[in-house]
Design a protein around this ligand. Structure first.
Ligand SMILES: [Fe+2]
Length: 154
């Protein structure tokens, strides 16, 4: 099936954003593991795989629509010195992505491509799950202090 160009453009951008997020979580996980925050690293590594899976789903959909998947990153992954600063940067990334997805869903629905919209919706639900987790971590770190929060991540 041939995809509408505006929907293809959304899927390409979302795929590239997913690859960016996958890389950012990969690097955040590596930094956390290197610093000894193994629990945090394990969670970030799982997020990285989840984002990679979203990119794969976009690639499958693009091929179905007769378009080429795009393996380039949308932006350079952000690497911060401290785990808390990294979580803040991850939250910025996820909030921007949620906004991108909300717009993309509207574009797909207007184009009558409901299956692409449904795929983007499932990615949005996961993205909001990440936002929720990140907000909770940052809130906890604020409440109990960064030192105590990080002591729970060993
Ligand atoms: Fe994702």
């Amino acid at each position: 099936m041939k995809g509408r160009p505006e929907v293809v453009a959304v899927l390409v951008e979302v795929m590239r954003a997913e690859l960016t997020a996958s890389n950012q979580y990969l690097l955040g996980g590596a930094h956390a593991r290197n610093a000894g925050f193994i629990k945090l690293a394990t969670k970030l590594e799982a997020e990285s795989k989840g984002e990679f899976e979203h990119a794969r789903q976009c690639a499958d959909r693009l091929l179905y629509l007769g378009a080429a998947p795009d393996g380039r990153l949308l932006a350079d992954p952000v690497q911060k010195d401290s785990p808390i600063a990294q979580l803040e940067a991850d939250l910025v990334l996820e909030l921007a992505h949620a906004s991108r997805l909300n717009g993309g869903i509207e574009t797909a629905r207007k184009a009558g491509d409901h299956a692409s919209a449904t795929l983007l919706e499932s990615i949005l639900v996961a993205t909001e799950g990440h936002v929720d987790w990140l907000e909770t971590q940052l809130d906890l770190a604020k409440k109990i202090g960064e030192g105590l929060y990080l002591a729970q991540q060993l």
